[in-house]
Design a protein around this ligand. Structure first.
Ligand SMILES: Nc1ncnc2c1ncn2[C@@H]1O[C@H](COP(=O)(O)OP(=O)(O)OP(=O)(O)O)[C@@H](O)[C@H]1O
Ligand SMILES: [Mg+2]
Length: 310
């Protein structure tokens, strides 16, 4: 088995050590796997990310980078921070330079990269996040969503192997969410692994290969299709069921074993059922999965795996 880029084993941490937020938490982020981290408010997602990024020190357990334990010493932390970029939930915890361009260039400059490389990285990251026109603006005069995009641009400019995004879509408008997913797809294609936390199970369904649910001080991780279809697990974590598995279950109850993933696919199932066609044979140009499908069709293309868009 390949060694994950980043791993937490048996992590224990409490801001008040007598009341741990995490205790015995295991999580792994393998290269190339898109992992969505879900959980209730206060469940420990941010705490987990901060432990994994070296911003907090676990009270038990260990963090491993490429299979090697990350020690408290400077060298281990430097390697961790080069490989892993954490984008904080609140952009105001991260932005501190006067202008957007200065903020995004801070990390690459600190890496000691040549000026032309810094300029190219900054321009690329600002363009990718759709904030190139804000380059000279003071960061404190940006909207929340704009500040959020700038913090992500700052992490992207560092060209990390693993990008950890704490609730990156919270506060973004729908176009901003789509743009972010496009950025993540481009980064994925270029070999960057991304992990994100969210309360949006449909976003997780659409985007993630694997899901990690942080609740009751532990992490329950597994393939997105299995975990996002587990209503009891999601309810225990204060989450509702994802759209596509719910619709699939209701259709099965009605005798139709289709697995529509988009509004168009659902419409095709409904129409074919009303006109007497057999949905089990697939409708809508073969976009509906066959009746033998028992788990969600993950690994499908970005477009067809979207449960709510047509
Ligand atoms: N700096 C801090 N000092 C004391 N307690 C904290 C601190 N940060 C977080 N906590 C507590 O730790 C627990 C876990 O918080 P955390 O921020 O990790 O949750 P979360 O899953 O990220 O929640 P959310 O979905 O609201 O972002 C909460 O009970 C929270 O109140
Ligand atoms: Mg949080």
């Amino acid at each position: 088995m390949t060694v994950p880029i980043l791993e937490g084993r048996g992590l224990r941490f409490g801001h008040d050590p007598a009341r741990p937020v995490l205790d015995g938490a295991d999580v792994a982020f393998p290269a190339g796997r898109r992992v969505a981290v879900l959980g209730p408010n206060g469940g420990g997602k941010t705490t987990l990310f901060r432990l994994l990024a070296g911003a907090l020190v676990p009270q038990a357990g260990r963090v491993l980078l490429d299979g090697e334990p990350v020690g408290p010493r400077r060298r281990g932390l430097t390697a961790l921070r080069r490989a892993v970029q954490l984008v904080l939930q609140d952009p105001d915890d991260q932005l501190f330079s006067a202008t957007v361009a200065q903020d995004v260039s801070f990390g690459p400059v600190n890496l000691g990269l040549p000026d032309d490389v810094v300029r190219a990285r900054v321009a690329g990251a600002l363009a990718a996040l759709g904030v190139a026109d804000l380059a000279d603006r003071p960061v404190h005069r940006l909207s929340f969503g704009q500040r959020k995009r700038v913090t992500i641009a700052g992490a992207v400019a560092m060209a990390p192997r693993l990008l950890v995004l704490d609730e990156p879509t919270a506060g973004l408008d729908p176009a901003g969410v789509e743009a972010l997913l496009e950025v993540l797809a481009a980064l994925h294609a270029a070999g960057t692994t991304a992990v994100l936390s969210t309360h949006d199970v449909d976003l997780a369904w659409r985007w993630a290969d694997d899901v990690a649910v942080v609740a009751d001080r532990r992490v329950t991780a597994g393939p997105a299709a299995a975990l996002l279809g587990d209503a009891a697990l999601l309810a225990a974590a204060g989450l509702g069921p994802a759209w596509a598995p719910s619709v699939h279950r209701l259709l099965v109850r009605a005798g139709v074993s289709a697995y529509p993933r988009t509004a168009a696919e659902l419409a095709a199932v409904v129409v074919s059922d009303a006109t007497g066609a057999d949905a089990r044979d697939g409708v809508g140009g073969g976009t509906v999965e066959s009746g033998t499908q028992t788990s969600a069709p993950h690994g499908a293309s970005e477009e067809t795996s979207c449960p709510t868009r047509s």
